[in-house]
Design a protein around this ligand. Sequence first.
Ligand SMILES: Nc1ncnc2c1ncn2[C@@H]1O[C@H](COP(=O)(O)OP(=O)(O)OP(=O)(O)O)[C@@H](O)[C@H]1O
Length: 293
Amino acid sequence: MSISNETTVNLQEEYEKRQIQEVLDELDRDLVGLIPVKTRIKEIAALLLVHRLRKLLGLTSANPGLHMSFTGSPGTGKTTVALKMADILFRLGYVRKGHLITVTRDDLVGQYIGHTAPKTKEVLKRAMGGVLFIDEAYYLYKPDNERDYGAEAIEILLQVMENQRDDLVIIFAGYKDRMDSFYESNPGLSSRVANHIDFPDYTPEELLIIGKIMLEEQQYRLTKESELVLLDYIKLRMKEPHFANARSVRNAIDRARMRQANRMFNAGDKVLTKSDLVTIQPEDLLKSRLFKK
Ligand SMILES: Nc1ncnc2c1ncn2[C@@H]1O[C@H](COP(=O)(O)OP(=O)(O)OP(=O)(O)O)[C@@H](O)[C@H]1O
C-alpha cells in the first residue's frame, strides 16, 4: 500500500492514548533529583513514539535500537527507573508484557561445561515480552580466563539482541568505568546498545529528602534535630566503604526504626501517644556506630 504525503497521524492523540505522560509523571513524582536521567527517559519515549507513527505510515519497518545501558553507583535508582522504562516500552507496544527480570552473572552462567546455555536460555524465556536487567553486567566477561563460561552467555545474549523479532529489551547496568571497559572488550555487544543513561550520585541533601520520603511512606517523621542528625549521618556514611546511595539511607532508616521501638520498649509501661509512635528522635540515629568513631 502506498501512503501519500498528505496522510496524517496525530502525535498528541497517540501520546494520550498510550498514557505515556502518566508514567513520566510517576517518574517525576517518585524519584527525587535525577534530572538528567528523567530528561533522557523523556527523549527516548518521544523517539519511540515517533518511531511508532513513522511505522504506521510505512516509513520504516525495523525497530529502533531498544537495548540500553544504565550506568551509575549502587542505589542510584537504576532498577527503579528500569521498571518505569519497562512500562513505557509496554505502553508503546514494543514489548508484549512489560515485566522486569533482574539478574546477575550467577543467574546466567553455570559452574560446569554445558550448564551455561540452558541457564541463560531459561532466563531469556522468563524475560521474553519484557525487560531483562543485568546488574553488574561486566562480571559476565573475565578477560584473564579464556575458558570462562561468561563468554558463552554473552554469545547467546548477542543472538537474541540481534533478532529484532523477539520482543525483549536488555538493560546492562553497573558502574560507569567498568561498563565502559566491558563495552570496549565486547564491541559486538556495544554496537547493539543504543541508549546510554548515566545515573549521577546523589548529594547529601537529596539523600536527606529521599530519607524523609521513605519515612513518610511508613508513617514516621523526623524532628528538626533528628533531620540534622540524619544529614550528618549521611555525610559520614558517604565516606565509608560499600556506600550505596539511596539504599544505604533506606538501611539507616530501618535501623533507626528498630532503635526507636527498643527505646520505647525499654522505657517500661509508659503510655504512648501517636506522636511517640511516629517520631524518630535524634538518639535513634545517634546510636549508629558511625557516630562512635
Ligand atoms: N531518586 C530517588 N528517590 C527516591 N527513592 C529512591 C531514589 N533512588 C533510589 N531510591 C530508592 O533507593 C532504593 C535503591 O534503588 P534502586 O534499587 O533503584 O538502585 P540501583 O541503582 O538499581 O541499585 P543496584 O544497582 O545496586 O541494585 C530503592 O528502594 C529506591 O526506591
